[in-house]
Write a protein of this length. Structure first.
Ligand code: NAD
Length: 294
């Protein structure tokens, strides 16, 4: 099986390297040449365009920022659709709007090409370790066929429903993560203002009901004042915007999500768009005029 991999950013780079380590032959492409060079050094073949990648491979994986980039890479000039062969499959692992996954899949079906959406959770550390959680939408037989391949990048892959269901699940994940970081931020600023060390608060509560994977990942970053992404504020704005639009379409109330989305937008305007989403705390710190540290 020859694999195409398009989108070699924070996530795509380590994911593609794990496939190379697992013994797959990869043809890769990104508009960022230095990212391509790095993965080629790890053993991949360089593709000259998305079309070139698709024409040389049977399985094409995309790991791009959002819906417009996925549409561009698949249907734009020199895109996947111009090179892809009948019987190939597109595995889109980007986090995009579920409706766009369905739209792309429908168009590709007309070319005899199957598609699954398979967004991930776990961030860069789990992309490096190959222990991502992968949420999949698509046909059961397609999922079963490519499950082993997915598990070279993740420790779990769950079929959540038909095409688009992976991205609906990812939106649910992103709502829970954003609201958790906002809750942690409010609590740490409260502790700081009330004279109790946030580090002690974290150590005291992490084993109890309020403990979580989000808290364990983000509290140490805040306490170290380390806002290097990780997962960028701008990407979380993208995900919550997709969540709010999807919610409006299906009639789901998203009060808290809308509020955290406003906080994230505010941080973007403050120049924090490229910071890790743990920088949500800076919004509260600014209002309360404190800094949360060790
Ligand atoms: P990133 O911005 O680091 O990487 C995106 C890559 O896509 C870049 O290398 C960029 O050059 C490339 N790209 C953009 N347009 C392109 C085009 N037209 N043709 C070819 N390449 C193009 O983003 P990332 O953090 O790797 O995230 C990728 C996806 O994974 C996003 O949907 C994100 O929401 C999701 N995700 C990210 C994380 C995380 O912690 N970073 C975690 C889970 C899911």
């Amino acid at each position: 099986m020859k694999i195409g991999f398009i989108g070699l950013g924070i996530m795509g780079k380590p994911m593609s390297k794990n496939l190379i380590k697992a013994g797959y032959n990869l043809v890769v492409f990104d508009i960022n040449k230095s990212a391509v060079d790095e993965v080629v050094k790890a053993g991949a073949e360089e593709g000259t365009s998305a079309k070139d990648v698709a024409s040389k491979t049977d399985v094409i994986i995309t790991m791009l920022p959002n819906s417009p980039q996925v549409k561009q890479v698949v249907f734009g000039e020199n895109g996947v659709a111009e090179g892809i062969k009948k019987g190939s499959v597109l595995i889109d692992m980007s986090s995009i709007a579920p409706l766009v996954s369905r739209e792309v899949a429908e168009k590709l079906a007309g070319k005899g090409v199957d598609m699954i959406d398979a967004p991930v959770s776990g961030g860069e550390p789990k992309a490096i370790d190959g222990t991502l959680s992968i949420m999949v939408g698509g046909k059961k037989e397609t999922f079963e066929k490519y499950k082993d391949l997915l598990l070279k990048m993740g420790s779990s892959a769950v079929l959540c429903g038909s095409i688009g269901a992976g991205n609906v699940t990812k939106l649910a994940n992103q709502v829970i993560v954003a609201l958790n970081i906002a809750a942690m931020s409010e609590a740490f600023v409260l502790g700081t203002k009330a004279g109790v060390s946030p580090e002690l608060i974290y150590n005291a509560i992490k084993g109890g009901l309020a403990g979580s994977t989000v808290l364990d990942a983000k509290a140490p970053m805040v306490l170290d004042r380390n806002f290097k992404p990780g997962f960028k504020i701008d990407l979380h704005i993208k995900d919550l915007t997709n969540a709010v639009e999807t919610g409006a379409g299906v009639g789901a109330p998203l009060f808290l999500t809308n509020q955290v989305l406003e906080i994230l937008r505010n941080l973007h305007l403050d120049g924090e768009g490229q910071s890790d989403h743990s920088a949500i705390i800076k919004f509260y710190e600014k209002l309360a005029k404190v800094e949360v540290t060790k």
